[in-house]
Ligand binder design. Structure first.
Ligand SMILES: O=c1ccn([C@@H]2O[C@H](COP(=O)(O)O)[C@@H](O)[C@H]2O)c(=O)[nH]1
Length: 240
């Protein structure tokens, strides 16, 4: 496997702008300690505070805009056009939207963003909160791993730049698709932290060793007694 540096995205999951700003500042790298490489803002903050606040909170940090678009191709393409002013570094759609939706998203990214400011278009495969039983409830009898590889292959063929998956699917995705997909991996739990609603989890170092390009960490940092120290510990672990 190609050696890669795994980078840290901190998920600023809150409705409160001041709280999001505080976490952003606390988790940034400084002269004295390492920190997060990017910030995630998603559905919770965006619905509560709007896109202007997202842009404001992200500031000069690379923005993982995790809105998980999933609609008919025309609507997804138009929505992506509306996001151009956000200057995201990464943007998410759901792979389950199918080939036509993903291809429309690809075309919209290429149309709406200048070449040197195009976000990485990521397709969410199977949410890390789902296990085999949850997948069965949706009518999918395959394992999460089988379904992730199926949707990941579809998404990359339709024009996605990368995939959101759990650490457990990194190896089979690399076997099938090689180094090309950017793999962004939530469901990260440092030893001793609560899984909560996440089902397919690994520690930061395990995810890094498995080949994640980025890991996404929310509550293990934001609910820690000292979020700055929690982010720094993960970043230091990733740096080896
Ligand atoms: O499959 C997915 C896709 C996205 N997420 C997002 O990642 C973070 C994880 O937060 P934790 O608090 O560390 O569980 C969160 O913002 C999710 O929306 C995901 O968990 N799984």
């Amino acid at each position: 496997m190609t050696a890669r540096r795994t980078r840290l995205i901190v998920a600023l999951d809150t409705k409160d702008t001041d709280q999001a700003r505080a976490w952003r500042a606390q988790t940034a790298a400084s002269d004295v300690r390492p920190g997060a490489d990017a910030v995630k803002l998603g559905l919770e903050f965006t619905y509560a505070r709007g896109l202007d606040a997202v842009r404001d909170v992200a500031g000069d940090r690379p923005l993982f805009l995790d809105l998980k678009l999933h609609d008919i191709p025309n609507t997804v393409a138009s929505a992506i056009g509306s996001l151009a002013a956000m200057r995201p570094a990464m943007l998410t759609i759901h792979a389950a939207g199918g080939h036509a939706m993903i291809a429309a998203a690809r075309a919209a990214v290429d149309d709406a963003f200048p070449v040197d400011a195009r976000p990485i278009l990521l397709a969410v495969t199977v949410l890390t909160s789902m296990d085999a039983e949850a997948l069965r409830e949706t009518g999918v009898s395959d394992t999460p791993r089988g379904q992730v590889v199926r949707l990941g292959t579809l998404a990359m063929a339709a024009g996605a730049d990368g995939l959101v998956c759990s650490s457990h699917e990194i190896a089979p995705l690399r076997d099938r698709l090689g180094d090309r997909p950017v793999l962004v991996v939530p469901g990260i739990r440092p030893a001793g932290t609560a899984a909560g609603d996440q089902k397919r989890i690994m520690t930061p170092i395990e995810a890094s060793r498995a080949g994640a390009d980025w890991i996404v960490v929310g509550r293990p940092i934001t609910t820690a007694a000292d979020p700055a120290a929690a982010a720094a510990a993960i970043a230091a672990e990733l740096a080896g």
